[in-house]
Design a protein around this ligand. Structure first.
Ligand code: E4P
Length: 217
C-alpha cells in the first residue's frame, strides 16, 4: 500500500519524507491557500522534495480551461499528476489528458458510479473521500469496498486513492480492503507510528539497560 501525504506544508513533507515512508503527495486548492504562497512555487518545491507523484488540482471548471491549466501544471515538474474534479467537464478532460499520457487523479468521488466513470475516462487514480462521507452519516469505507470490487470485475488499472482520511483506523481499514493508496494529513501518519505501549516498553528496556552499566559501542 502506498502512503501519500495530503498537505502542501513543505516543512512537514520534508520531515516525513526523510523517514522513507512517503510515496507521494496530494494537494488541493484549500491546502494551497493555507500556505499563503504561489501555487507554482509550492508545487515545484514539493516535487523536488519527493520522488513520487504529486497531485496538483486545476481550478477551472470548463473543459478547455481545465486542459490549459493541466498543461501549465504539468510543466512544473515531471512528477506532477493533474487533479481534476469528478464533473462532466472533468471526465472529458481526463479522457483527453490520459490519451496524451498525462496521469490524472480524479477527485471529489463520492459514489461507486462516479468511480466507474473515472476508470472509464482513463484516470490513473480515483480519490474517494471517506471522511467527508462519514461526516454526513454515510459509510466511507463501504464506498472503498464497492469501488475495489467494481475495478476488480473489469481489471481497471485505475488506482484507488483513499482520501479525506481522518484517523489511523481509516488507513488500517483501507489496507485490509486492499486499497492501492491512502493519502493522509501529516498528523495521521505520525499517529500511525506512535503507540503508548511502545513508549512504555522502550522506557522499561532503557531503565533496565542503564542498571547494567554497559554500552554497546
Ligand atoms: C484529497 O486528495 C483531498 O486533498 C483530501 O483528502 C480532502 O480531505 P478533507 O476532507 O480532510 O479536506
Amino acid at each position: 500500500m502506498k502512503f501519500f501525504l495530503d498537505t502542501a506544508d513543505i516543512a512537514e513533507i520534508r520531515a516525513l519524507a526523510a523517514l522513507g515512508l512517503v510515496d507521494g503527495v496530494t494537494t488541493n486548492p484549500s491546502l494551497i491557500a493555507k500556505t499563503g504562497r504561489k501555487m507554482a512555487e509550492v508545487i515545484s518545491e514539493i516535487c523536488e522534495a519527493v520522488e513520487g507523484p504529486v497531485s496538483a488540482e486545476v481550478t477551472a471548471t470548463e473543459h478547455a480551461a481545465m486542459l490549459a491549466e493541466a498543461r501549465a501544471l504539468r510543466k512544473l515538474a515531471h512528477n506532477v499528476v493533474v487533479k481534476l474534479p469528478l464533473t462532466a467537464d472533468g471526465l472529458r478532460a481526463c479522457r483527453d489528458l490520459s490519451e496524451e499520457g498525462i496521469l490524472v487523479n480524479v477527485t471529489l468521488c463520492f459514489s461507486p458510479a462516479q468511480a466507474l466513470l473515472a476508470a472509464k475516462a482513463g484516470a490513473a487514480y480515483v480519490s474517494p473521500f471517506v471522511g467527508r462521507l462519514d461526516d454526513v452519516g454515510h459509510d466511507g469505507m463501504g464506498l472503498i469496498a464497492d469501488i475495489l470490487a467494481i475495478y476488480d470485475n473489469y481489471d481497471f488499472a485505475t488506482e484507488v486513492l483513499v482520501a479525506s482520511v481522518r484517523h489511523p483506523m481509516h488507513v488500517v481499514q483501507a489496507a485490509k480492503l486492499g486499497a492501492d493508496v491512502a493519502t493522509m494529513p501529516p498528523a495521521v501518519l505520525r499517529a500511525l507510528i506512535n503507540h503508548p505501549l511502545t513508549d512504555k516498553g522502550l522506557a522499561g528496556f532503557l531503565a533496565d539497560w542503564a542498571k547494567t552499566g554497559q554500552s554497546i559501542l
